[in-house]
Design a protein around this ligand. Sequence first.
Ligand code: NAD
Length: 298
Amino acid sequence: MTAEIISGTQIRKEILAEIKEDVEKMKEKHGKVPGLVTILVGSNPASQSYVTLKIKTALSLGFHEIQDDQPEDISEEDLLALIEKYNNDDDIHGILVQLPLPDQIDDKKVLNAINPDKDVDAFHPVNVGRLMIGGDEAKFLPCTPAGIQEMIVRSGTETSGAEVVVVGRSNIVGKPIAVMMAQKGIGANATSTIVHTRTKDLAGHCKRADILIVAAGVPDLVKPEWIKPGATVIDVGVNRVGMNEETGKAILKGDVDFEAAKEIAGKITPVPGGVGPMTIAMLMKNTLKSAQWALGDI
Ligand code: NAD
C-alpha cells in the first residue's frame, strides 16, 4: 500500500492561520502584537533570501517587524550593543541574527548575548538546557525539531512507547529531536535512539523504528529495505543533486529513497514540501509564545 504523504506545506498553512488568529486576539486584548527583529550583517545572497522570507511571513501574520541590516564591516562591539538594545526593548519579543557572520565577529559570543527569553531560534545554551529539562521549562523549542514533532502529532502518529530512531547527531536537528521525543508529554513518551557515522549496524537500527527521522545530509542514504512496514518516515535532508535547466532551480532530494520508501512506509514526508516549510512557521510560533509570556497570557 502506498504511504500517506505528510505535507509540510499544508500543515504550515494551518499553523500560520492559527498564529494569525492569536495575533488578532492579542491585539484586541492588549493593543500589542508580537515583535520580531531580524539582524542581517553584510549581503550574502542566501542569507538575504532567508531573511526576506522570515520578514514576509512575520508581516503576513501582523507582527511588528524590524529589519535591521548592518554593514559587513560592523565591529563585534557594535553588534553586541545592538543586541543589548533589542534585549531591552519591550516591543521586541524575538531577536534573530542571521548566520554566517563575518570573520571579525565571534558567532557564539553574539548568539549567547541574546536574552534567552527572546531567543526564538532556541540556540542559546540556556534554552538547550531548558529543552533537556523538558516540560514547562522548555520555553522555546528549536524550530526544525519543533516542526518535525508537530508533523508527527498532526499526522496522527502514535508516539507513546514507539521506537524512534534518529539518523544524525547535529545540535540543530538530531540531538534535540531525539531528546524531545523521549520526554514526557504530547507527541513524545517514545524510546529514542540516535545513530550516526560511527554506528555499527545502521540498517538494523532503522529497521526496528516505528518512527524514523533522518537528518544526515546524504541523498538516498536510507534504503527501502531499512524501513519497517507501516513506519512513519520523516526525511529532514535537503540535498542539491543537480539543476533543472529549464527553470534554473536546484533539484532537491532527501536522505530517503522516497519513491521506493513510500511503498513500504505508512506515512512519509516528501522533499521538497515536507519538513522544509515547517521551520519558519515554528519560528513564528516561538515569537508569538514569547509575546504571550511577556504579556502574561501563558
Ligand atoms: P550535519 O551535517 O550537522 O549533521 C549530519 C549528521 O548526520 C551527523 O551527525 C553525522 O554523524 C550524520 N551522518 C552523516 N552521514 C551519515 C551516514 N552515512 N550514516 C550515518 N550518519 C550519518 O547536518 P544537519 O544540520 O543536522 O542537517 C542534516 C540535513 O538536514 C541536511 O541535509 C540539511 O540540509 C537538512 N536540514 C533541513 C532543515 C529544514 O528543512 N528546515 C533544517 C536543518 C537541516
